[in-house]
Design a protein around this ligand. Structure first.
Ligand SMILES: NC(=O)C1=CN([C@@H]2O[C@H](COP(=O)(O)OP(=O)(O)OC[C@H]3O[C@@H](n4cnc5c(N)ncnc54)[C@H](O)[C@@H]3O)[C@@H](O)[C@H]2O)C=CC1
Ligand SMILES: N[C@@H](CC=O)C(=O)O
Ligand code: NA
Length: 435
């Protein structure tokens, strides 16, 4: 139970970058409304930044480079918008152990050290809220934690990284280059401080771990998530997808799986996929995110909105801040971690997916039969084959039925070794309906 606050709720803000500046701006702009919603005013007692001299717009008495002292001051709530593991981890553990409520947007920290943070929150009864950490402005974590607590979630699948979606959308629509689009995403405040976290899929993997933990009442950490980013997605992949009326998207897929041998487990992965252009996720462009949730009783739900950027992310941070402030005024506490199901995480090699494979092959009799024989040898069944002759070369596109990822990889390796196969042009997993 949080300690009951009688005067204003005192807030320490750690970080004044893309998100922090918007949080501070909106706190000031809507102070009167927020006070009415909470039942008392929210007072910003200090802002920790790396370089206080770089913020002449902020009253000097509010700024400090000493985040630890600010956390240890007389504050009720710590809002962490620094990012990264340290010093954020130590600062939040100190705050929670001291009974201070925490609001954070730091998915990397939660996905790696969530268990420790929840334990610290439990030790003092403090609140730990993190709606902004996944899918920016979209209310998604509270629906999973609270609204769907009475249902059994079977699948969560979606676009959860704005930067990579911004890049893939631009490559698809205007044929824009990879690096210039990444620079633009960073300029617009979508990318992480180190944008390799976005393009290599680490950011989406952290978010997938958080989503799976909430959806399946199981502790899933970043290391449990199979991860591929978009660095390897080429113009050829995008072109191959177009010829099949598909788009390329980076998806996070969290599934509850069960079989007689292993019982129930969870499978969590992040990788690029080809989706049919008519699939609703295909029309999610730019830095927008969209997430499908499938649950036994509710059926299919879809959440859509701005997944990155200062002001959309600040909306989620402020929603959490108002919730924890209300809890403090009432002397109550919000939801705690729910990890009772403790399901095992299934290794990715056992996960079944479907592959799209595009090959340049010799245009002569018998090539198709040779390629098909390799698929058969690995017990990978073919759903669609398209062959087009091009003088000496032909292009061959194969889309498989579901097979284990290990079998699919071995098939591609062996197909590439055939003399008649000149080049493997594109290999990508496919989702969303039969080709
Ligand atoms: N930018 C976005 O669209 C979104 C960001 N997030 C998360 O929000 C958090 C903040 O992201 P941004 O605002 O984009 O980052 P940013 O890089 O723009 O700002 C970071 C701020 O933290 C301060 N800082 C860094 N190290 C510090 C230290 N040791 N002591 C005191 N201050 C320190 C910097 O001076 C800066 O003010 C990250 O965890 C990020 O993953 C979450 C959703 C969306
Ligand atoms: N870098 C992230 C920011 C939001 O979480 C993204 O691009 O989605
Ligand atoms: Na969110």
């Amino acid at each position: 139970m949080s300690e009951r606050v009688r005067g204003p709720v005192r807030v320490a803000l750690l970080g004044y970058g893309t998100v922090g500046t918007e949080v501070a701006r909106l706190l000031e702009e809507h102070a009167t409304d927020f006070a009415a919603r909470v039942g008392t005013s929210i007072e910003l007692t200090g802002i920790a930044v790396r370089r206080p001299d770089r913020h002449p717009d902020v009253p000097a008495e509010l700024l400090t480079a000493d985040a630890a002292s600010l956390v240890n001051d007389d504050v009720d709530v710590v809002v962490e918008l620094i990012g990264g593991i340290e010093p954020a981890r130590t600062l939040l553990l100190d705050a929670l152990r001291a009974g201070k409520s925490v609001v954070t947007a730091n998915k990397a920290l939660l996905a790696e050290h969530g268990a420790e943070l929840f334990a610290a929150a439990d030790s003092s009864g403090a609140d730990l809220y993190f709606e902004a950490s996944v899918a920016g402005a979209i209310p998604l974590l509270r629906p999973l934690r609270e609204s769907l607590a009475g249902d059994r979630i079977t699948r969560v699948m979606g676009i959860v990284n704005g930067t990579t979606n911004f890049i893939l959308s631009a490559m698809d629509s205007s044929g824009a280059g990879y690096s210039e689009t990444l620079e633009e995403a960073a300029r617009l405040g979508y990318a992480e401080a180190d944008p390799t976290a976005d393009v290599d899929g680490f950011d989406a993997a952290s978010k997938a771990a958080i989503l799976a933990s909430l959806a399946f009442h199981t502790r899933v950490s970043a290391a449990d998530v199979y991860r591929e980013g978009i660095a390897e997605v080429t113009a050829s992949d995008i072109a191959a997808a177009k010829t099949l009326d598909r788009t390329v998207k980076l998806l996070a897929i969290c599934e509850r799986v069960s079989d007689t041998e292993n019982g129930e487990s969870v499978a969590v992965r992040v990788h690029p996929v080809m989706l049919p252009r008519k699939h609703p996720l295909s029309s999610v462009d730019g830095a927008f995110n969209a997430v499908y949730v499938e649950a036994d009783a509710a059926g299919e739900l879809m959440f859509y909105g701005q997944g990155a950027g200062g002001s959309p992310t600040a909306s989620a941070v402020l929603g959490d801040l108002i919730a924890v402030a209300r809890n403090r005024v009432q002397g109550s506490r919000g939801s705690r971690e729910s990890a009772y199901a403790a399901l095992p995480v299934r290794p990715f090699a056992q996960t079944t997916t479907r592959y799209h494979i595009s090959l340049d092959v010799a245009d002569r009799a018998g090539v198709l039969a040779q390629v098909a024989a390799v698929f058969a040898a690995h017990e990978v069944s073919i759903a669609v084959v398209r062959q087009r002759g091009r003088a000496q070369d032909a292009s061959l596109v194969v889309v498989t039925h579901s097979a284990s990822d290990a079998a699919l990889r071995a098939t591609v390796d062996d197909v590439a070794k055939l003399d008649a196969v000149h080049q493997v042009v594109s290999v990508m997993r496919v989702e969303g309906g039969e080709p």
